[in-house]
Design a protein around this ligand. Sequence first.
Ligand SMILES: [Zn+2]
Length: 690
Amino acid sequence: MDNLFTDFFPFGAQYHRAPTPLESEWDGDLAEISAKGYTHIQFRPQWRCHERIRGQYDFAELDRLFAVAQKHNLRVIVKPQLETAPDWVFTELGGSRVGFGGQPLPPIAHAAFYVGGWWPCFDNPVVAEAAGRFTEALAKHVKDQGMLWFFNAWNEPRSRPMGQCQCDHSVQSYRDYLKRRFGTIEVLNASFGKAWTSFETVFPPQSHSDYAELYLWRQWAGEAVAAQVGVSAEGIRRGAPGKAVMCHVGFTSITQDPACDTSNDLLNAKQVDFYGCSLGIQLLPKNRIEKLETPVIGAWMRRVDPNFWCQEFYTNYANWWQEADPAFIEQALWMILATGARGLTFWQWRSERFGEETNGWGMREMDGSATPRSERCDIVANQLQKWGAELAKTTVPQSDVAILFDPANDLLMRIEAMEGPLNGIANIQANNDYSYKRGIRGAFYNLMTTGHAPDFVTPGDCYNNYKLFIINCLEQISEDTVRKLEKFVEQGGVLLVEYPFACRDERTWATLQRPSLGLDRLIGCRETHRLALNDGETRTLRYGDGQQDTAAFCQVRLAPTTGIAIATWEDGSAAAVVNTFGKGKVFTCGGNLSIAVWDTLVANRKSALPHLYALALEATGLSAETTPFWTLERTSKENAFRFLFNPTEKPQNAEIPSGFQLRYASAEAKAEGNRLALAPNAAAVLQKSL
Ligand SMILES: [Zn+2]
């Protein structure tokens, strides 16, 4: 895919989703998009509009859109929208979804799917076949259009609400998944201590009370979602062989509720040539942890696919909501580009006109005129016209520090955080505010404040090239991961573990020895007692040198074996332990420092780098000095681009490091010689020739 994006930087906008913008508006809009230096547009042909009558394809409107794109020399991404299915999918093919307790989920229209038909069950093989036939017909129809660039196979693949789908086809799909994974019902029963009669008597769980069944079923949902992406992508490939196919997720696995709004990025990405995401960030951030969403999402997406795109960048909310600060919008734009995005598409050019999206989500006003937000986007488009080709050749170099993210552990900890009556599962709403997500973001923040932008790694990855490796809230761990961690530390790596840790097995059961799998050898201590702390409740760790840290979520009393206690709880028991293992070291904290930092930032209180992080960084030889800036880098053989952001609420001064020159400064940044004064929301781009 590399040759698609290396001679300019792709920076465009979603343009058409029936029924808007109206045909009378196309020519003027596309002339403006082209004149402002945007590189591409996206059309979103909806299944329902183009196969309204079964088997009769009508692409006349799309042809006219392509003609206007040709006139203004704009590349086109075609994104078929299967979610808005024709009426006959429901009335003739039995395509309606079913939720918990057999409750039907009839198709609806809403602002983002105004034409209706949202959304059918793609586990139904007849629906999937008809859907694949549609994307094939669409791809075949447009494949020779001169401005066709590539296809986006699926807009925000996901399984929501949690109850979907429990139609006969989906239940069969779940049973088939279990058969593939476990072979026989006896193996499945023995693996989880269950007693099903046969696969044919297994049904989706109707309660969150047992973790194991919900854990299995939502893993199936992630597989089913990826298979749906495959249906669309395969249809496109049959219709337009050789054309590139991407898809983009709504919320990424690093920010999404994995049970109530299931979508597994790692599985989806395998279905397409390259992957992307919508950037569902807070546009009116209340604190620094909300501003952190952009670099967190970018770092995760880079792990999923080094060629990732930011495929829906929003500059506004809807319904005449309070408008975002244009300076923040520009900062977030540079920030997602700095994390390694290979292309960016705005959602969308004009603000929408109907339903809950009224006056929403557009760079421009509903009538197409400019806004203070779109003027910032135009400035970035203009910069990228000048030096985007150099930026397009760069990638983000590997970091010295990494955070482990395990989607399976995320699902388990989300299920643990569910609350409600036994029969109330249908009322559990999507929520991404729980221990694992808080811990991961807090750890990311800690590293960003020391100038070390971390990578994310997954359990199957290689850990060896990192200096510092962070494990946070990892309750479930595999033997393979344990072996990798041992090798990493043995060879000189530094590991920092924040509890809870290694306390559940592959069945989701609590283990009797904690940490499990003999991990006490690696971390040099065992867990003796775990006290759960309520939200907002904290405990203090005291170090021998008088330093203190604050822990949240749990207070685990540790019993050192080969390790040495370096901090204690109020009762004198060990709270933090350091252990030497081979050439490396492991720092373990019986409480969660990163969740405490997260809580502090959410409450807009001043946060300090946890002392244990400073000790771990110092043990690797990396600086633990804190900085108010967030710094991100992209490099190629020729150039290093360093992006400098002020995420704080105060003006900050920085120095341009020797060798670098200022390539661009936003209106909030002022340069004088090699001094940079960065107001809140400022972004600056420094460049060095290599
Ligand atoms: Zn179904």
